[in-house]
Design a protein. Structure first.
Length: 132
């Protein structure tokens, strides 16, 4: 392997996981008051279980980094739907290749994305989209 030592690989994936958690915190805590921001930071970024999973030997660290990217993608939702669905497809294919837990997580994210996209449509387009 490229690093020469497994402890360096664990440290590298742990740092990437911690950065992705902090990035999620910044995105998801916008427009919240300080108490909720502090509580969310403690629960998300300082959660020892999440941080230990982020440095595990197995594929959990990479899996949770990709799940975090998928959550960020759903939350940010690009303006062009084809960009969203292409990124969603490649992230879900990567998740399925890493862990069987993706078979439980991906359908939830898919249905949430579809419902969220219908909620963002105006009322007249939503009726037309459901009739097609």
């Amino acid at each position: 392997h490229a690093f020469g030592d497994w402890s360096l690989i664990r440290a590298f994936t742990g740092i990437i996981f911690a950065v992705s958690l902090c990035f999620s915190y910044v995105l998801l805590s916008r427009n919240k008051d300080n108490f909720h921001k502090a509580t969310f930071f403690i629960l998300l970024c300082l959660n020892p279980s999440l941080l230990m999973l982020g440095t595990s030997f197995r594929w959990y660290s990479v899996f949770f980094i990709l799940v975090n990217c998928l959550i960020i993608l759903i939350y940010k939702n690009p303006k062009k739907p084809w960009i969203f669905w292409v990124l969603f497809f490649f992230l879900t294919i990567s998740l399925v290749n890493l862990n069987y837990l993706a078979y439980l997580v991906v359908p939830i994210f898919f249905f949430y994305s579809v419902c969220f996209s219908f909620m963002r449509l105006p009322a007249n387009q939503c009726v037309i989209a459901t009739l097609q």
